[in-house]
Ligand binder design. Structure first.
Ligand SMILES: [Ca+2]
Length: 138
């Protein structure tokens, strides 16, 4: 966990850096694909949602949300990822939806920098890392 200051442009720059963004998203995908079959099942996605504060924050849920509501929410998020309704999420679907989520997060952050505590290896942490690496280079 580390505390960084980010705003919408930090996140947007990260999403628009396709190589860096896809690399980070792919790392998350592989980490979530517990059985290594190259797709994310509903159960694997559920585990992911539970560990991803990003999605909870994005959908405005708090820790007191009751389990039945959580299941409904996770199902509806899963269906957004699973665009072709195949019952699983492939890497292309995962990349597309993560991009939309991160852009929505960027819009939500807007132009006022906020201080935020981030899990190591979260996408927002990677966005912040990318920005600071650019600052170091220039
Ligand atoms: Ca899998």
């Amino acid at each position: 966990m580390s505390v960084v200051i980010i705003d919408g442009s930090t996140v947007r720059d990260f999403v628009e850096d396709t190589d860096a963004f896809n690399k980070s998203v792919d790392e998350q995908f592989f980490a979530l694909d517990v059985n290594g079959d190259g797709i994310l099942s509903r159960a694997e996605m559920r585990t992911a949602f539970e560990s991803m504060r990003l999605i909870e924050t994005h959908f405005g849920m708090d820790v007191k949300t009751v389990p039945e509501e959580l299941t409904k929410l996770y199902d509806s998020i899963f269906e957004r990822f699973d665009r072709d309704s195949s019952g699983s999420v492939d890497m292309g679907e995962f990349r597309s939806e993560m991009k939309l989520i991160m852009l929505a997060v960027a819009d939500g952050l807007g132009t006022s920098p906020i201080q935020i505590a981030l899990e190591k290896d979260s996408l927002l942490q990677k966005a912040a890392d990318l920005e600071s690496s650019k600052l170091t280079e220039t």
